[in-house]
Write a protein that binds this ligand. Sequence first.
Ligand code: ZN
Length: 255
Amino acid sequence: MKILCVTAHPDDESVFAGGTLALLARRGAEVGILCCTRGEGGEAGEPPLAAREELGAVRSDELRCAAHALGCGSVDFLPFRDPDIGPDNTLYAFAGSTGDVVARMEACFTVMKPDTVITHGSSGEYGHPGHLLAHQACLESARRTGVPFLYSFHADHPDHPRKRSANRNDPADFVVDIGPAFEQKLAAMSCHRTQSALFVRRASAEAGHPVPLRDVILRLESFHRVFPRGHLPPDGRDIVSLLGEFLAPLRRGEP
Ligand SMILES: [Zn+2]
């Protein structure tokens, strides 16, 4: 089974789906990462670990390191530049229109022929315009190229460990207890050295108290099936059947 995780920036794959990607790879799936940018406009670390003009190359290497830790076989990049963060920490999307991204992404899907694509949620997690753009372009590209299954990560459910950033309009279809892959996820997150201060700051702000790096890592990862909806085809090619005993109980009802 070929699984492709499509993200806006290096680190999104580890933060939102790292444990699940590692478990899928362990189960024999061929897991790849397609990243729309090299994270050129993001943070460079505290203290800075790279000059601004080198940040894209450094973060590309960080993503390759994380992919290796997770057992992912391929890392590819679309040629979009992550724009610098604006005044008052304003975040921007990495391309002018969804159409610009779809053209590139569609070409990749046609060559890679993934059975399943996993990407950002419909609210862009914490509303990041780059995450929203990646989600929209991925949805369109997957439809156009006939990708059988499309999932979004950080889906909402009553026991979500980070309620404030959960994608409110994406009810979780399954939740993964990534415990057996925790050390791999920790290793992958640690590869993103330029981003570790940001991980701690963001998680602490969301929790309302200081959170150490180890506790930044989500032990439950949740996914929404964008399509197909309704009953799954009974051919067993879905990632849910591959994850088996790693699935955690999912409480339904009002989040
Ligand atoms: Zn991101």
